[in-house]
Design a protein around this ligand. Structure first.
Ligand code: PHE
Length: 469
């Protein structure tokens, strides 16, 4: 069963590069520049990087291809897509995706607000902000205002529609981001002790690798590539039949991995510079950027430090913005398609709702003891904040689960034959190629098996404190 998509005024990308930049913009975000480097620091440096690369290319790339193909074939939002293909019962996968999008955006926007706040503080030469991070994030009014501003910017872009909102913003922000990050890396490499930083980053230390590192690498890969929640089903639904999906997905994956890798090249020389080459106890976690880096900027001297520091947090804010846009587009497109609500009204309404849902996250970094020590999982005695809980549930649990369900759907319900047919459009040599066989094997066997196993182990480990191995 397969419905023929109707032509509609849903909007579409104006150009191939527009789609790629928008999807890469969705992928490149806080995940690359804020999270990736500290996951590397916690996971044995280069060893984590290697495991991460395997996850991206072997497990995530096939999921990305599948999501885009489903979206383009169905020409519908993440929920409606399953129904348009003829499988109403599978709408729950899309609903899981829309829920994940709303939850992720609710806390992601708070971290984006920190980044925007740091841009303002460092532009004013306020370097001690690093040591005041704990107080800064409890200033609910200030962070609330930055968060509201960030949400307004996001909703403004999404309201503009696909080509004149999202595509236009991505075409402006992504090249700027690239120039800024490359400029900062080149500068960072000229600093004293850069080599020690690079050594820590690039030489694998396999003694630090545990199964938990593998779970983190997979979760991080899903989050960073914006997979498992239908963001790419949605973006794919605006894509023309002339475009080559595999080629586009390869470019998106390479850009995302490339920028995460480059962010490490930027971060570790700065940390080594600050610690005079001593990388023995690099602090991971949220603090790597928000606590450690301002010190490095301060050591550059007031004028230069303020400039480099502000530029860095501007980069982080831009990266976050193209991601919040895609996070908001998923529920927006769902509401537009399914309930016939005009785009502007849908985008603004959901943005307000998500902002409200984000308030407990905003309060959970010290301002409210209740939300700060919100929940303790089985088998552990350290409480997690509300924001941690939302993050663990949405990005670490729902995304890999969504990815697993999407490949199972594509392989065993929609069938690989239909997937191939869609992928062949815009890719003349695809049928019968080795690439086609690779995608089939991954989508039907490698991804479901490995994603399924890792998903169960992650949930047992994270929420129940059970380590099977
Ligand atoms: N990929 C984004 C990042 O790395 C986050 C994101 C996740 C965006 C899921 C959309 C969907 O920051």
């Amino acid at each position: 069963m397969d419905a023929t998509p109707t032509t509609s005024t849903r909007g579409s990308w104006n150009s191939k590069i527009g789609f790629i930049l928008a999807a890469a913009g969705s992928a490149v975000g806080l995940g690359n520049i804020w999270k990736f480097p500290f996951e590397v620091a916690d996971g044995g440096g280069g060893a984590f990087v290697l495991i991460y690369l395997v996850c991206c290319f072997l497990l995530c790339f096939p999921v990305m291809v599948t999501e885009i193909a489903i979206g383009r074939r169905a020409h519908k939002n993440a929920v409606g897509a399953f129904e348009a293909l003829g499988y109403r019962n599978w709408r729950f996968v899309g609903l899981l995706g829309v829920t994940s999008g709303v939850l992720i955006l609710s806390f992601y926007n708070v971290v984006a607000a920190w980044a925007l706040g740091y841009f303002v503080e460092l532009a004013g030469g306020h370097f001690s902000i690093g040591s005041e991070f704990g107080t800064f994030i409890t200033d609910v009014v200030k962070i609330g205002l930055y968060a509201a501003l960030f949400m307004v910017l996001t909703a403004g872009i999404v309201s503009g529609g696909i080509s004149s909102g999202i595509e236009r913003a991505s075409k402006l922000l992504m090249p700027t981001l690239l120039v800024i990050i490359l400029g900062l890396v080149l500068y960072g490499l000229t600093l004293p002790h850069a080599a020690e930083g690079l050594r820590f980053y690039l030489i694998p230390d396999f003694s630090e690798v545990t199964l938990e590192v593998v779970y983190n690498a997979l979760g991080q890969a899903f989050f960073s590539l914006s997979l498992g929640m239908g963001a790419l089903i949605t973006y794919g639904s605006y894509l023309s039949k002339r475009e080559n999906i595999i080629e586009s997905a390869a470019l998106i994956t390479l850009t995302d991995v490339g920028i995460a890798f480059t962010a490490g090249l930027l971060m570790f020389p700065l940390v080594a510079f600050l610690n005079a080459g001593d990388m023995t106890d690099v602090q991971g976690g949220a603090g790597l950027i928000f606590v450690t880096l301002p010190g490095a900027f301060e050591s550059m001297g007031p004028g230069l430090g303020a400039f480099v520091g502000a530029t860095f947090f501007l980069l982080l804010s831009f990266a976050a913005l193209t991601s919040t846009v895609s996070l908001l587009e998923v529920p927006t497109s769902f509401v537009i398609d399914e309930f016939n609500v005009p785009r502007r009204r849908a985008a603004i309404g959901i943005a307000v709702l998500v902002f409200l849902i984000g308030i407990p996250s905003l309060l959970s970094n010290g301002a409210s003891p209740f939300f700060t020590n919100f929940v303790t999982y089985f088998g552990s005695d350290t409480p997690n904040t509300f924001m941690d809980l939302v993050e663990h549930l949405s990005s670490d649990t729902f995304l890999p689960l969504g990815g697993f369900l999407i490949v199972v759907f594509a392989a065993y319900v929609w069938k690989t034959e239909n997937l191939s047919e869609e992928l062949a459009q815009g890719a003349p040599g695809f049928r019968g190629s080795a690439l086609e066989r690779f995608i089939h094997v991954c989508v039907a066997y490698v991804c479901p098996v490995l994603l399924g196993i890792i998903f169960v182990l992650t949930v047992l480990n994270r929420f129940f404190g059970v380590s099977v191995f």
